[in-house]
Design a protein around this ligand. Sequence first.
Ligand code: 4AD
Length: 478
Amino acid sequence: MGPLQIKELLQQTPDGQSVTLKGWVRTKRESKNAIFIALNDGSTIHNIQAVAAPGQFSAELLLTVTTGSCLKITGQLVESQGSGQAVEVKIDDIFVYGTADVDSYPLQPKRHSLEFLREIAHLRPRTNTFSAILRIRHALAFAVHKYYNDRGFFYLHTPIITASDAEGAGEMFRVTTLDLDKLPRTDEGAINFKEDFFGREANLTVSGQLEGELGAMALSKIYTFGPTFRAENSNTTRHLAEFWMIEPEMAFFELEDNMDLAEDFIKTVITYALENCKDDLAFLENRLADEDKNKPQNERSIPLLEKLNFVVENAFERLTYTEAIDILLKSKPHKEKKFQYPVGWGIDLSSEHERYLVEKHFKKPVILTNYPREIKSFYMKLDDDGKTVRAMDVLFPGIGEIIGGSQREDNYEKLLERVHEVGIDPETIWWYLETRKFGTAPHSGFGLGFERLVLFVTGMGNIRDVIPFPRYPKSAEF
Ligand code: 4AD
């Protein structure tokens, strides 16, 4: 079905067999003896080289063969005369599907800045860097499904439109069909959402967890993998307004089991990428090394593959929030007042604190557990001391929090108390609360931010560059 991909053609033994290539021109080079066209169809980082003799084609046709134009080439697959590739195609015929005007086509065979490429997100998948990222992203997504499927988890499709705020953070995008110029009002003058599409207030989900828990209370082990939305005004290299999250939820898992699963999961999907994305990872590693060339020795990053192998091969450090605070209080930057934010039991760790623990103190991924209840979500299980909850955050070098999760409160009365404490109307989540009334069970789960994983694996510096069409404040163009 369809033409062979360039990836497949590059692996064939060349014996002059006739082949058809379809793809976009990366470069065209003319010498005295030959015309070289490097064609790429996105199936691999490698181009295939197609060669024509001078005078074989009209000057008029050759003028339309430019960087970015789309071609069908027929010819014979032969051993390459030049170095750099094993095979090449001796061209018999060229058909131009679409030209790309040299003066207005924004991608030229040179390095463009990532900022510039963000402005042309409709074309950036045609660059080496972005096509490599997109292929790795695909491989990781596939590895996620494979991981859970292999272990008896069921993929649960949780809703994207929801009436509840799972994280209780109130950072939601509203979904409405009301006429904003003629809002219906109640007798008290408030907006009357009874007249809205769903007969109530509705939003885009921030997490599939609450519904995920309902699934786990019947199927035992489920996971979700879907888009989530947060209207937080965070203009950082780690935040998106629309991102994909993987949320496994397991009945009969305690916090320890949850940590074991999170660590094994991350290691397994990274291993999958190491084994299946070798060329793309090698390309990105070289790209990073190139960028680092101008930096002083001590600011250069660890080579990408070394970093990924290190994470796969070493146990994550596990410690409690309280132990982490002790380390921070004894740390040099704290004593020398170098931290911007104060340290003390009860604080929500800021990224400088997390980075110190991961990058300076332990020099490896860290799982922090048992956070103060006040700074965590209402659904987390209370520890026996009544002060902390069975939360776990996985912190990664260069990324910060990559996973957030917990053992869930499975006691109806305790959960209801927390719901009241944080000011949620129990009526809005009566269905969630009922799972604790009918056959409650210890259970746990977590959420992995998919783009943060892709960011780590690709070694890129900005989360906006690891999703095809990023959504962030003031940006939803493509
Ligand atoms: O820690 P969070 O908010 O946890 C939850 O949403 C839970 N319901 C998960 C669960 O227990 N099932 O988010 C989980 C992860 C974070 O660790 C981070 O990797 C990612 O989601 N994340 C974001 N990624 C990109 N942009 C944002 N704005 C993100 N906010 C969270």
